[in-house]
Ligand binder design. Structure first.
Ligand code: NAI
Ligand code: 15L
Length: 273
């Protein structure tokens, strides 16, 4: 596949979309923006819902690849998740297939494996104990379930239609980690851009599933499938550890919320991280 140049960025008005609008152009991409929320100062942005199949067809026409971030990013009602994340992601894949877009980078989430126990034991976790991408998925919410659907949809469109995808199980992508859990799950904005660039340019990805986090000292999962794309993380959340541990203390091995990958999403009802 020739290196993609024009990339459709869905969810461009959101937190991660805003960060990527700032960072991805430096990698040589021209971004076409898509969101339900209008983007001030971006006259060419497409303001539409993933439910609008005609707008989607037009938006994907002629792009070299798609970074699909749009959707509900926290737990919600099944009906809302169904519309935005499940039907909406299917609409996007159908539009991409119909218009011949060769690759999609799909924003999956650690919440697809939210009920998987985090590795116990000393920091750093021994390589053999890191959670592999092949671990059985255990979504912690309807939100996590929609990410499992997205990963399976990506697999189907690769196997049936030859449309390539990289499903990135993003940890926690914010300017800084804000909890002790996020010392393990943090993906710095700079590393997110590096990872999306690798996912957009690596040869022959078929459908690859990767975890998305920085090279955190307290990492829980195996980054080798991300590194196989050419991703070389540069950041480590450890610089925030002293402050966060002083505020909150170490994770409590007797608190189920602290012992599962999805953290606060695994409580009933789920809480925000
Ligand atoms: P966000 O909630 O800030 O942004 C999502 C964007 O999608 C919003 O601008 C929203 O208007 C748009 N959107 C929602 N439903 C839509 C629809 N039906 N049609 C068109 N646009 C729609 O979320 P954030 O943090 O930017 O995350 C982006 C993506 O990455 C999401 O898919 C999220 O699930 C995923 N992700 C993010 C993580 C993070 O730490 N930020 C962690 C794991 C996954
Ligand atoms: C996610 O999937 C959410 O979209 C994001 O808001 C964070 O909650 C993140 O996971 C996390 O697990 O920290």
């Amino acid at each position: 596949m020739p290196a993609p140049r024009t990339v459709l960025l869905t969810g461009a008005a959101g937190g991660l979309g805003t960060l990527m609008r700032g960072l991805l152009p430096a990698y040589g991409y021209t971004l076409r923006l898509f969101d339900t929320v209008p983007l001030a100062g971006e006259p060419d942005a497409v303001t539409a819902d993933l439910a609008d199949t005609e707008a989607l067809r037009e938006a994907v026409r002629g792009v070299d690849a798609i970074v699909h971030l749009a959707g509900i990013s926290l737990e919600s009602s099944f009906e809302k998740i169904l519309a935005a994340n499940i039907v909406g992601t299917h609409n996007l894949y159908e539009a991409a297939r119909a218009e011949g877009v060769p690759r999609i980078v799909f924003a999956s989430s650690n919440h697809a494996v939210g009920f998987v126990p985090r590795p116990a034991g000393p920091v750093p976790v021994a390589p053999a104990d890191l959670i592999p991408v092949e671990t059985r998925r255990r979504p912690d919410t309807y939100y996590g379930l929609s990410k499992c659907f997205g990963e399976d949809l990506a697999q189907l469109y690769w196997d049936r239609h030859g449309l390539e995808s990289v499903s990135v199980r993003i940890g926690s992508c914010f300017m800084e980690p804000s909890s002790v859990r996020m010392l393990s799950t943090w993906l710095s904005p700079g590393d997110a851009a590096r990872l999306f660039d690798a996912a957009l340019t690596a040869e022959g990805v078929g459908h690859s599933v990767v975890y998305g986090s920085s090279a955190n000292t307290r990492l829980w999962w195996d980054l080798s499938s991300a590194r196989a794309l050419g991703y070389e993380p540069q950041d480590d959340s450890e610089q925030y550890a002293e402050k966060l541990l002083a505020e909150h203390g170490e994770l409590d091995p007797d608190n189920p919320e602290h012992t599962r990958v999805g953290g606060p999403f695994t409580t009933d009802p789920p809480r925000r991280p």
